[in-house]
Ligand binder design. Structure first.
Ligand code: SF4
Length: 357
């Protein structure tokens, strides 16, 4: 008999009475659970829910997802950020289509081998769908365990992950792992919040180390994260708004596979960026002029982007035919192309001002 039996019962009763109604909780379909879990990584429920509903409607099965154009997936993902999640989902769905005949696996040992599925997502799918007894460990669970057991190992150090993984599996209710995992995650989201946990409403309070020793504000411990890298982007848009220029981002960098206007990245802030080589003057000596339009600071998890938009005189230039930049009608951008959020915000404002949208 587990030493945690009594606390498990309290936790599970609390969950049954208090959990939020969320569509992915009402299903054992691994595809839907996978979709929700990937969307909700680094994303709040309120922001992720409309995306989940949109994806389920547009791609009702993993085969629909696998057969969609990658650009369509990215376009639907636009605004959620962390685009590597969407790119990995595309790879994952194709692998399931090819290697599992489109039947989404539910065993942890199969799931963990799929692109973009780490130990947390594999444990969530396996335990929610088939009650496989593997504990989930996300930010909420780290926090609850750190406080409940009074553990001061930093939750964001790789070494501590082993400690917390063992603890989470030791604490797991082997008879009801799916419900237990959902309950502890929900407790972290609703009661044992990062600041001001509501211990008086918590089913674990009777034996919680942090509450008993008054340590709730000092647990969990987190190592300070490194400084964010600063980057300076200069985007070029034509001063005539009939068309825009776009190119697809390549390589291992932020926003890979998204579309953006021609870019000149500089090492520091610039008063006037150089006109890039892919713009050629139609007539020699008729160098296109740049006009500063607007700027924005966009913060990502590890980078701060200082972005400036420049209008360039399109009537006196042509594009280098060897470049990968193409012209596109302005209405198409919003409908068809996935672009980074600061670019879409800029274009929407610009085009609204010009009465286009
Ligand atoms: S008693 Fe308080 S600190 Fe402990 S798990 Fe519950 S909410 Fe968190």
């Amino acid at each position: 008999m587990s030493p945690h039996n009594q606390i498990h019962t309290l936790l599970h009763v609390w969950y049954r009475e208090n959990h939020r109604f969320l569509p992915w909780r009402e299903t054992r379909d691994p595809y839907r659970i996978w979709l929700s879990e990937i969307i909700l990584q680094q994303t709040r429920v309120a922001q992720g829910l409309p995306y989940y509903l949109k994806f389920i409607e547009r791609f009702p099965s993993v085969l629909h997802f696998a057969n969609a154009e990658p650009d369509e997936i990215l376009k639907n993902w636009q605004g959620l950020g962390y685009y590597s999640r969407a790119r990995n989902m595309i790879k994952c769905s194709k692998k399931i289509a090819q290697e599992y005949c489109g039947i989404f696996p539910t065993k942890y040992s199969d799931l963990i081998l799929l692109p973009g599925i780490g130990s947390y997502t594999a444990a969530a799918i396996a335990s929610f769908c088939t009650n496989e007894p593997i504990a989930v460990l996300d930010g909420n669970v780290f926090r609850v365990l750190s406080r409940y057991f009074g553990i001061s190992n930093p939750i964001n150090s790789p070494k501590s992950k082993l400690v917390f993984t063992e603890l989470a599996n030791e604490f797991l209710d082997q008879n009801n792992p799916g419900l237990h995992n959902q309950a502890i995650m929900e407790l972290g989201a609703l009661i044992c919040k990062p600041a001001n946990p509501d211990c008086s409403a918590c089913p674990l309070s009777i034996s919680c180390e942090a509450r008993i020793k008054n340590l709730t504000s000092s647990l969990p411990v987190k190592l300070a994260s490194g400084k964010k890298k600063k980057r300076f982007f200069n985007y070029f848009v034509p001063n005539n708004l009939d068309t825009l220029w776009l190119r697809k981002r390549k390589g291992k960098d932020i926003w890979t596979e998204l579309y953006e206007p021609p870019l000149c990245e500089t090492t520091s802030e610039t008063e006037l960026p150089p006109v890039p080589d892919f713009f050629k003057a139609i007539e020699k000596n008729n160098v296109p002029t740049l006009q500063f339009d607007s700027e924005v600071t966009h913060i990502l998890s590890h980078q701060i982007l200082h972005i400036k938009f420049w209008k360039i005189d399109a009537s006196v230039l042509t594009l280098d035919p060897n470049s990968d930049i193409f012209e596109v009608g302005i209405n198409e951008v919003k409908e068809r192309y996935a672009v980074p959020v600061p670019v879409m915000n800029y274009l929407s404002k610009l085009l609204a001002t010009n009465g286009v949208y």
